[in-house]
Ligand binder design. Sequence first.
Ligand code: AMP
Ligand code: FES
Ligand code: ZN
Ligand code: ZN
Length: 305
Amino acid sequence: MRKCVKCQNKAVVYLPQHRLSLCKEHYMEWYARRVEATIREFRMFSKKDRVLVAVSGGKDSLALWHVLHRLGYRADGLYINLGIDEYSERSKLLCDKFAKDRDLVLHVVELKREVASIPEIKQVEKRPACSFCGQLKRYYMNKYARLLGYHVIATGHNLDDESATLLSNVLSWNMEYLSRQFPVLEEREGFVRKVKPLCKFTEKENALYAFLAGIEYVEEECPFAEGASSIEHKMILNQVEEKSPGTKLRFYMDFLRRMHPLLSSEEVSLVPCRVCGEPTTAEVCSVCRLRERLSPKPLSSSASS
Ligand code: AMP
Ligand code: FES
Ligand code: ZN
Ligand code: ZN
């Protein structure tokens, strides 16, 4: 039986990449301290900032909301209902329950009311659902965070997500994406600051925290995620990790510390979208162009100046 390195009680987990055995209480403490240290390391936000946590109903984002609340941050939630049948309904229900049980504020954006549901858009768009879904989520997270007066948007992206994205960007040497891959994206012209406080935690570590904290979360993946290349990249990294624990974290952290500073970050200039006023690099933003494809009618200017 492994013993907790802090108190010698029975350990509930062994973290091979950190060579740590911990009991429930000390795992929860280790996790919270490490989140706090990550927030400080990357200067993500302070206790004064109003933080909007984008919650999907999954383990990562609910664990993030839970730990931020526990650490005393001013964190509210935002759920975007994508309208993916029971998957979205159940996710929404669990986000609602999480907020109600803890007396926290949850904002809900209904994609069907804003544009159309993901399955409806899928009938018109040829691209994979994840591609336009990601665009829409980013757009509405930013729009509502700004409208509701939040300083920061926090997402539950974990180490598995970030290292898989890094691997994919390296395999294609996508220098533009690599230069933007950082756990903090500063605010600028209409964009609210975006942060990923769980970028150093694996999916498993977040799942364990959520389980030990008694959080109910959706376990199933989005039905449109099947066959996504990110799943393959995650599998490859997991195989390497199994043979050599710590590789994933080193791959990602060494990129941030040693490689990222060498990449030039030429910032493209942003302008307000002619139709909706949200920041964009083109005259009309990608969400308005999507809306136009869904119900073709002349684009009118509704942006306030
Ligand atoms: P994903 O792109 O599904 O891996 O999700 C990455 C992060 O985006 C999650 O950890 C959440 O913080 C956020 N997110 C995903 N889906 C939603 C949603 N429907 N509503 C709000 N935030 C979301
Ligand atoms: Fe967006 Fe699956 S969560 S397509
Ligand atoms: Zn202990
Ligand atoms: Zn627009």
